[in-house]
Ligand binder design. Sequence first.
Ligand code: COA
Length: 611
Amino acid sequence: MYRCIIRSVCSGGRVCPALVSPYTQSPSWTLRITPEERHHRRPEHCWRCSVRSMSSAVRKRTSLRSAFPVLEQPLEPIHHRVYEANLQNSKACHNKYKEFSEKIRKGGGEKAIARHTQRHGKLLVRDRLRLLLDDEDFLELSPFAGLGLPYGDIPSAGCLTGIGRINGLWCVFIANDGTVKGGTAYPITVKKQLRAQEIAIQNRLPCVYLVDSGGAFLPLQSEIFPDKNQGGRTFYNEAIMSAMKIPQVAVVCGSCTAGGAYIPTMAEETVMVHQIGTIFLGGPPLVKAATGEEVTPEDLGGARLHAEVSGCVDHFAWEEKEALVYTRNIVSTFNFQLPEEEEEDEEKTRRRKAEEEPLYNSVELLGLAPKSSNYSLDVKMVVSRLTDGGRFQEFKARYGTTLITGFAKIHGHLVGIVANNGELSYQAALKGCHFVQLCDQRDIPLLFLQNTEPTVAITLSTTQADVNSNRLKAQGSMMSAVACASVPKITVVIGGCHGADSYAMCGRAFDPNFLFLWPNAKVSMAAPGHAGSLLPPDSEQEEEEERKLEDKLNRKLEEESSAFFSSGRLWDDGVILPQDTRKVLGNCLDIIKQQQYQVSTEKLQSPLLRI
Ligand code: COA
């Protein structure tokens, strides 16, 4: 959508540049107008100015091209050994990825699926989403969350979350999977729901809840109920999101018991399905135990009762498909003004796409995804396979070369790229700090390609102490710059995520809008095999004992550092395949920009109160 605007400005279209976000203005446009001029200029003046500037569209396009030179980074024979080793490792990782994907597709298993569809007559969660969304463009978040946990495998953490489009509008979806223990909430389910809400808040995205849940998974109640970022936080967020004017709609397409009952009741607008949806704090068995009275779920908290008597819901649907149509209709009232898609003939589309595609095949990223820290090739090879036309305008190319910084476009979106190319030295961190502030100044989203060094810096001499303390100061500055940059940030861990370097490279604690891992990624304080750097030297201990301890720690690092271990615990927003990275980044950048199309954004003092 954004791409359309930029293109129509460049090619003599009819869009006023005043409507174009600061992210997308080309440097030549910004140079042409001083801040005073911009302040005093009326829209029609902007318009005339833009038409003048557009008359030289071809020249401008040429100059833009030369501003972003092509990164010539072909695969050479010298890369062959490392490339092949990485490729083999990527294939093994891909097999694991496929195995996990198949596992989560099965949800709670055959028996549970049969009960869900045949006995209860409900749609499966992925079918619900398919019916709700415009198309298959669905960015699923943390699909492997819940796998390999101490309390077992919880497929998709019992709840699908992701971002897809309804009537062209990107929305966050939080959809319980009723086949996984009746859709009950495990600690990881709560964490996943909260992360999806956080993404909705950070990117101001409308939120759709598909509720089908038996409430808390009772055996783990102590890990779900009491703390700040646990069950109650979901409802707190609903209120805060409403006050922030982030629209929320809920569809009751299953059980909403106990805590689950508050989700639809606090949403701004709710649809409920006859004979499938129920909302109550305690179900019929509880009524029977307390009063001895027999009551049907429908009479106690069915769609009729809540649409006609309690007013907890706003729309009554006879069946699920009807409820999903109502939901699409509701989303059309969220009052976003999306730009019109520009009509393009086939030839033009083909030419534009060909121009945008990176110079080299993205499949080559599989051989560039490092198997371990010793197998990293020049990160510019990765950059050239992700950016439009493989183009990149490098910043400070000759300074702190273990960090690569510069500007590029991804699916037409201008981004500032910060990529590890070795250790984050004093110079590299200073450069990173400078570049991050530069992007913040210019309102350019940041993309971090993280592949940090595995070892902890050891201080054995005063010279080393000097080097390390300088590095410490520079990394501290870079961390401050990253933490305080108000532009959107996306992090992709393409190799290692180790030690303090990973914080400066916008790790999870630094609040990136999105954080993804490649399947080969390793996440741990020190990389497997480098446990020695974590252990303090102990002269009292036998060498043999010391080695055993080190081996044990290395095995633990190996086991706990895999991308799937990390994603299972929801330390990221998902594992993505290297060859899909460009597409995922394009979607994320589109999603991040949508907020500027919301017509009504002024904050309310209070959330919408239903009754
Ligand atoms: N905590 C732990 N396990 C639960 C659970 C809960 N709150 N609710 C359901 N389960 C388990 C069931 O024991 C069953 O386990 P099994 O497959 O190992 O036998 C599984 O989830 C599916 O439950 P089942 O009742 O067979 O499925 P269903 O689709 O017919 O019904 C519910 C699902 C959620 C409507 C129903 O189980 C229910 O009403 N549960 C109680 C909900 C409740 O009172 N929650 C209060 C939480 S504070």
